[in-house]
Design a protein around this ligand. Structure first.
Ligand SMILES: NCc1[nH]cc(CCC(=O)O)c1CC(=O)O
Length: 315
């Protein structure tokens, strides 16, 4: 069993970004750990770390580049011992972690669906030609344009609060947000509706929180094992293997969702051209323990259908 549990004088340091959603996720992690080990809140310290992605708010993310934008500084802080664990939205996490770090603990997954958010219309089909859809997600942009080529997609960055403000200011007629984020912020009322995966397949790992630790920290390993959610881990293993085999980064429009029923895992995947001119989908089932293999096979099948240059920019 775990020795040396954290105490108020030697707390476990939980690293997180400072956005309201990131903080909510860090508090959830702290609450689960404190309940699992019957420890007071003061045995945990939430340490807010500003990342490159938080610092640069005036440029599209794809120009700054790289999936580590919201994680690099946090991982550095963990490697030098300034924090012990880090709480992440798995959707934003690269498939590989830096040497010395492990990301293998997941909390129970929230709603995986995207939310349709608009002050004026009930759903996308109600928007007139030329209406502006605000999103900075290449996946959502391409999915919208495949289904509604007559709409215009405009860049829409910032945290949930910032994006809602932009809608109020009329910068766009609607936007998409993850239902998971809205639920965790207690703001699900801003969603006109949740979009079913059949209509808009979510991003790989959407709605999942992952907790990272140093590979050699046995105290953190023991503590995190107590709050790990196995089913979420199984689903993410399949989705992230799919993403990894597609070489997915923020710059490639990819969607993927694994679901479990009985002993079976069903994986759905989609890749899109960045300009929204084409989408390719696939799905398959496997034993749960073969989910990662299924993910790799589906990625290979899709890439073979796509051919060279599918992800290249044309617009
Ligand atoms: N890329 C930003 C991001 N990363 C995770 C979430 C939401 C929460 C989640 O999916 O776990 C969001 C915002 C959004 O897409 O609305």
């Amino acid at each position: 069993m775990t020795r040396d549990l954290p105490t108020p004088t030697e707390p476990l340091k939980i690293g997180t970004r400072g956005s309201p959603l990131a903080l909510a996720q860090a508090y959830e992690t702290r609450n689960r750990l404190s309940a699992a080990f019957d420890l007071p809140e003061e045995a945990f310290e939430i340490v807010v770390i500003k990342t490159t992605g938080d610092r640069i708010i005036d440029r599209p993310l794809k120009e700054i580049g790289g999936k580590g934008l919201f994680t690099r500084e946090i991982e550095q802080a963990m490697l030098i011992g300034e924090i012990d664990i880090a709480v992440h939205s798995m959707k934003d996490m690269p498939v590989l972690q830096p040497e010395g770090l492990l990301l293998d603990t997941y909390l129970p997954r929230e709603d995986v669906r995207d939310a349709f958010v608009s002050p004026s219309v009930k759903n996308l089909a109600d928007l007139p030609a030329g209406a502006k859809v605000g999103t900075s997600s290449l996946r959502r942009k391409a999915q919208v344009l495949v289904a509604y080529p007559q709409l215009e997609v405009v860049e829409f960055r910032g945290n949930v609060q910032t994006r809602l403000k932009k809608l109020d200011d009329g910068v766009a007629a609607c936007t998409f947000l993850a239902m998971a984020g809205l639920n965790r912020l207690g703001r699900s009322e801003v969603a006109q509706c949740a979009i079913e995966p059949e209509v808009m397949l979510p991003a790989v790992a959407q709605g999942a929180i992952g907790i990272e630790r140093r590979a050699d920290d046995s105290r953190a390993a023991d503590m995190l094992a107590a709050i790990h959610h196995t089913e979420t881990g199984e689903r993410l293993a399949a989705e992230r293997a799919f993403l990894a085999a597609l070489d997915g980064s923020c710059e490639t429009p990819i969607a993927g969702l694994a679901e479990l029923s009985g002993g079976t895992l069903r994986l759905r995947g989609e890749i899109l051209r960045p300009d929204g001119s084409e989408s390719l989908s696939d799905e398959g089932t496997a034993l749960i323990e073969d989910g990662a293999q299924l993910g790799r096979e589906m990625a290979a099948r899709l890439l073979a259908r796509a051919g060279d240059g599918f992800f290249d920019w044309r617009a």
